[in-house]
Design a protein around this ligand. Sequence first.
Ligand code: B4P
Length: 190
Amino acid sequence: MINIVLFGKPGAGKGTQAEFLKTKYNLTHLSTGDIFRFNIKNETDLGKLAKSYMDKGDLVPDEVTTKMLIEAVENNFDKDGFLFDGYPRTLSQSEALDAFLSKKETRLTATIALEADDKILIQRLLERGKTSGRPDDQDEEKIKNRYDEYNEKTAPLIEYYKKQGNFHAVNGMGSIEEITQRLTKVIDNL
Ligand code: B4P
């Protein structure tokens, strides 16, 4: 199995790159953001709860997110591995994922971070906000809050994964195709 975490700030291109990588490497793509948005669209209880956090640019609580992610993994053991997009985002989520994968007698193969300047990322999100209908993409204050959440809760994971020896940083600036090529090079060498 090959299990990859795509890591990065909001708008870094995790979802964009995952679309290509999941097909090339026959991986189950699990985007916690997409699963939440699916539940919001269908007005489920989980969706209503997630919406109250996501609309403000806050992270959804760990217990809720981890339970949902583990259920999604359990139901999708039919491909060559997993591409985790937007999970984990906190230390508690990383520990929960490691413990769960170890119970399943597998582990993370790599955490790959897409790195880009905040200015460029904010521009991407505001651009997407014009058409996406996502409240968290439309307002600079909410976007700023998403970056504060990232800096406080998600950035510490870089050290966590560096210590595990499976962290790879990739330049996330340039065309979508250029970035795909950089990611492919890293994955092919794992
Ligand atoms: P996510 O859905 O994960 O979204 P994201 O951080 O906005 O996006 P991503 O990095 O995937 O960017 P994308 O490719 O779309 O999270 C949304 C919210 O859900 C969170 O704020 C949180 O509330 C909640 N949530 C999700 N997971 C959670 C967790 N684990 N714990 C708690 N809460 C959680 O790219 C963005 C834009 O840039 C697109 O329009 C794209 O077209 C464009 N783009 C991408 N690459 C480009 C490039 N190279 N050049 C130009 N434009 C590019």
